[in-house]
Design a protein. Structure first.
Length: 92
């Protein structure tokens, strides 16, 4: 089993507070020009995340258990619901 070692790099803060995210970090986070990042500050450290991934993880956490509560217990249940909704939309 490979150990996932942290990727560590440095960047300089410019006069207006701007920082260039090092290429190796951008590659690891799958960040490209124009994308947004989310900063999560806790104690004396900060986490930088791809904003799209952060939003998806937050949504997944908030939705945990919700599907089971309404009887959606499998991928097949969800696919059936999507087909049903699409069919209802087509009938409108």
């Amino acid at each position: 089993m490979a150990i996932d070692r942290p990727l560590v790099d440095n960047a300089k803060i410019m006069a207006k507070g701007q920082v260039t995210i090092p290429k190796d970090i951008r590659d690891k986070l799958k960040l490209t020009e124009g994308e947004r990042v989310t900063f999560i500050c806790q104690g004396d450290y900060a986490i930088v995340m791809n904003s799209a991934i952060y939003a998806m993880k937050t949504l997944q956490k908030e939705m945990q258990g919700k599907f089971e509560a309404v009887g959606l217990n499998s991928d097949d249940d969800i696919n059936d619901l999507v087909k049903e909704i699409r069919q209802e939309i087509e009938e409108i």
